[in-house]
Write a protein that binds this ligand. Sequence first.
Ligand code: HAM
Length: 410
Amino acid sequence: MNDVLPDEAERRLWLEGVVAAWFARYGYRHMRTPLLEHTALFRRAIGESTDIVEKEMYTFTDALNNESLTLRPEATASTVRAAIEHSLLYEGPRRLWYQGPMYRHERPQKGRYREFTQFGAEALGFDGPDVDAELIVMCAALWKELGLEGIRLELNTIGSAEERAAYRADLVRHLEANEARLDADAKRRLHTNPMRVLDSKNPIVQEVAASAPSMMRYLGEASRAHFDGLQRLLHASGIAFEINPRLVRGLDYYNLTVFEWISDRLGAQGTVCGGGRYDGLFAQLGGKPAPGVGFAAGVERLVALLGAPPPTGPSAYLVHQGAGTLEYAFALGEELRAAGFSVVLHAGGGSFKSQMKKADASGAALALIVGEDELKAAAVTVKPLREARPQQQVARAALAARLADFLKGS
Ligand code: HAM
């Protein structure tokens, strides 16, 4: 879990603003759920034999009422729980989005943290595949808006629960026939979660996976039509993708569409966004059956891909020296802030020279200097700090109106 220091925190804040505006353009409504949920929610939604539930959840017993609680490892389960609890689909389908910290007790490495931030969308009550395509197209638009290149899309379908059961039986037979070549992890998963063996990183297990039967052959007509429809819409939208028949995702609630956006610039933790359809989740959590589809993106990974941060210094740094100048500078700072400028007031005293050093280090575009001369003349000296232009005395009353021109460099 990391402290997020100002340089990074400001980039995140900026990204959050971009993300909120982008979701609004697609008609997604913002929603928030608690960081803590009953442990049973995640066990039921994400699946008992997933890595998350088996070994990554921060779970504890609330000593006051003996309830088992868990810090949320993701937000799809919470969103669906809330939708059921508040009858959110009563008046029809909903497009929702969220953002916030998630918690997984994973082995930390670059791009993988125990506290991390996701923003995500959940489209509830839509059968698709139109809305599946919409979610993917909107991700592509965001990468473009952020200037992120080289994020590729992998797509797969994992069919319906019944189709998957038939597939799973044949997959287990194939894996058993090749058991000698499986590693300990794959052997363990063979009987608990055999589909996860397909996305093993071990090259020998990968060979076994490559010769496994393909899910595509087990798809019924409706599943095939859903996948074809999605691909047609993606083609029509000019979205390039690769079908990865071994993409199964790490959570058990999925059916039909699954997808991941992957960057090759981030090393082992290159997946910046993942999602898919979860048509069984409402019923599984005790609600009226309703389809759902969504994604979540990892903020830390996206920020790592963003270019250099924009300059973050204030517009002006207020330097003051001499009797009565502090009061004058205080009032002037408030006046300029009310006019919309960011102004840092020098605090803590010190010589004129040391104050000018602080002004320079603050990254401010201008130093506003108030000495006893300025005080007498009801004026301020404006000194450009980033360009070789002469300083200039300006009447205090005219400063707010002229400051924008100074900042533009005229
Ligand atoms: P997920 O694939 O587990 O899906 O996580 C989504 C994204 O969160 C990942 O692609 C990655 O960028 C980021 N992420 C996950 N774990 C970490 C970590 N330990 N450190 C840093 N970043 C991480 C879900 O969470 C689903 N709820 C997505 C979804 C929404 N499916 C349908 N609706």
